[in-house]
Design a protein around this ligand. Sequence first.
Ligand code: L5Q
Ligand code: ZN
Length: 554
Amino acid sequence: MKKKVVSSTLALTLALSGLGIGASSIHADDSEVKMNEKYGTPSYIIENWEMPKFSSLTKQSHSVEDIALSYLNYQKDKFKLKGNSNENFKVIDTQKDEKAGTSHVRLTEQYKGVPIYGAHQTVTLNEEEEVKAFFGKVVPNMDEKGIDTTAEISDDQAIETAKASIEKEIGEVEAYDAPPSSELFIYEFDGKFQLTYLVKASTSDPEPGYFHYFINAQTGEIVDNYNAIDHVKAFGEGVLGNKEMFEVTFQEGDYYMFDGTRGDGVHTFDALNMEPGWFNLFSQLLGYHGEEVTSGHKYFGDAAAVDAHKNAGIVYDYFKETFNRDSYDDNGARMISSVHVGENWNNAAWNGVQMMYGDGDGETFIPLSGAVDVIGHELTHAVTDRSADLVYQDEPGALNESLSDILGAMVDRDDWWMGEDIYTPGVEGDGLRSLKDPSQVPHPFYPDRGYPDHYSELYTGELDNGGVHINSSINNKAAYLVSEGGTHYDVEVEGVGREATEQIYYRALTKYLTATSDFSMMRQAAIQSAIDLYGENSAEVSSVMQAYDAVGVE
Ligand code: L5Q
Ligand code: ZN
């Protein structure tokens, strides 16, 4: 922006009317003016103006508002306005700064009693009630614009028009957050001034919005509209004291954890320790996710919420950048998370609708949203639900779990652990599961064994839905071998790296596997995916074959 300061040495045309007659003590030479280039009226005037007195004998007292209006009247030629300042301006607020001794009068320009949208001013007075400054925007020559200020439609009609347009855009709104408001303004659009209703409407569902509609008050047409929801970056500390920056929304004085920059949004709630079973029911049946996580400023103090929100964004970006997948349904579905589910709940889950995170008992687990591989794991369940839809039982269930572990470990790609960041705080070198060496983590049902890493060790009992979190390790180990290689049960595998491995498994999940796929089908789906991506005779195809040979899956 160009900044041009014009020193005003205008000869004083003392066309004072109304209150100011026979003025003295006007030090116009001290004033400094900057003009608005579009309107040719002042954007600011640095002043030293004293209200003229009728007589030096009688001490008159005027309110600061009267003085501000008199000043605007005195400057009416600069503002290119006819008539009295009482008609052209309306005082909307006055603030006294006791410390500085200044008064600040806030006004709006009006025409025939109707405010002009965006034409606001402040006039500053010192202790001696001298005007020291004018700031703002004044639209000139309002009387020449031929504006008809008689409304032909009602404010209710304007509201109905706005609602119809909003719901055409975002779908049916069952309940507005508050009854939409409607107020008359003169609104300038494409250089034309017209009488409009400004309708403001707040929504949470189906989409958060703070809609502003300008409706022509004579024709009922929509002149202009925008959504005033603000995307802002906020800050906070996560579960491990990690400093994070993340997207939130500002609405009516508060910030809340809605990130409107990813798909249809990433939205994080506080479940207020509601028991997991009840919460699940409320979430699935009523669409209740808990309370909004809000803050009066840009710092958020809820560590579990900070990480859930930040990590959901990281996982969104991972799927978008790695597979060009737009959220879990590949259609921008809103990612909803709730933290503080249950009391000391040692788990996290995807319940078909949203993610749920416990706070952990502080001993086995700390708040589970603190680990980005856990978020990757849960959101991969959501991807699976919308693609292969593997039944959560026996071998298909183990594959369902394994694909969540594999892609979870790809999001958090500096190790092959699952949940190491939130599992047994204070214990180094452990995790919930290891993809690299499943056998080093104790088997949940047989304390003298580790997790299975070969098909010969398949758990065939009924616990854990037929061992979905146990047998997953067999496929996890295969995926690890495809990526990193190694010799396993005397079978040598040539690794092809994480980039190829994640593409192979994502393709198998979304293009080949079905609800009842078993381990053998997984092997073929991975081979077929590697052929599609890298060719029949590629190192990637060999690697997949060797890896499944190594874990005993034919
Ligand atoms: C599990 C998800 C996670 N939960 N493992 C039982 O065994 C049971 C649940 C899990 F995010 F907490 F890791 O993986
Ligand atoms: Zn899982």
